[in-house]
Design a binder for this molecule. Structure first.
Ligand code: S3P
Length: 171
């Protein structure tokens, strides 16, 4: 499988709460590949949290930082990369992912996403009066783009081993 990747990374895309980090980490372990989470990497290089970056510099600056981090990871050979929900929506970032990675969209329904994101208060885009409405709007706008991923996996409330096995089967 690693040979079949031909130096490309496996890149998880999809909305907040879809399970990109949890599934990505386990798939990386199963394949003995390095794991990188783009949000985590952005926080490490900027020494700020994601909400702090949004607050201080705004979303546009965050997207520029995200793009740099993801391009750098993609350059450094086969890895498993979990991206923030907006990364694949950014045209330049998406072009790099498509050129140098195998994209896997973890598709989940609204209830599951909301249940998962409600456990942590670390998503600036959802710091609004009606986060469910914002999430539904993001679904409507982003799904046509996520749909262009190489592989689509239905992320649902089952053991993560089941999802990971499906991912490995498909890549
Ligand atoms: C975002 C998703 C977040 C993070 C930022 C913006 C988005 O990542 O990058 O808050 O635009 O959907 P997760 O998808 O890992 O929550």
């Amino acid at each position: 499988l690693i040979e079949a990747l031909g130096g490309r990374s496996i890149v998880f895309v999809g909305l907040m709460g879809a399970g990109k980090t949890v599934i990505g980490k386990q798939v990386a372990a199963m394949l003995s590949l390095p794991f990188v989470d783009s949000d985590h990497e952005i926080e490490a290089v900027s020494r700020m949290t994601i909400p702090e970056i949004f607050e201080a510099y705004g979303e546009q600056e965050f997207r520029a930082l995200e793009q740099r981090v993801i391009l750098r990871v993609l350059e450094s050979g086969p890895q498993v990369l979990s991206t923030g929900g907006g990364a694949f929506i950014n045209e330049n970032t998406r072009a790099a992912i498509i050129a140098q990675g195998i994209s896997v969209w973890l598709k989940a329904d609204l209830n599951l996403l909301m249940e998962r994101v409600s456990r942590r208060q670390n998503r600036p885009l959802l710091k609004v009066a009606d986060p469910r409405a914002v999430m539904a709007d993001l679904m409507a706008r982003r799904y046509p783009v996520y749909e262009t991923a190489n592989i689509i996996i239905h992320s649902r409330d089952v053991q993560k081993d089941v999802i990971c096995a499906e991912v490995i089967e498909e890549v």
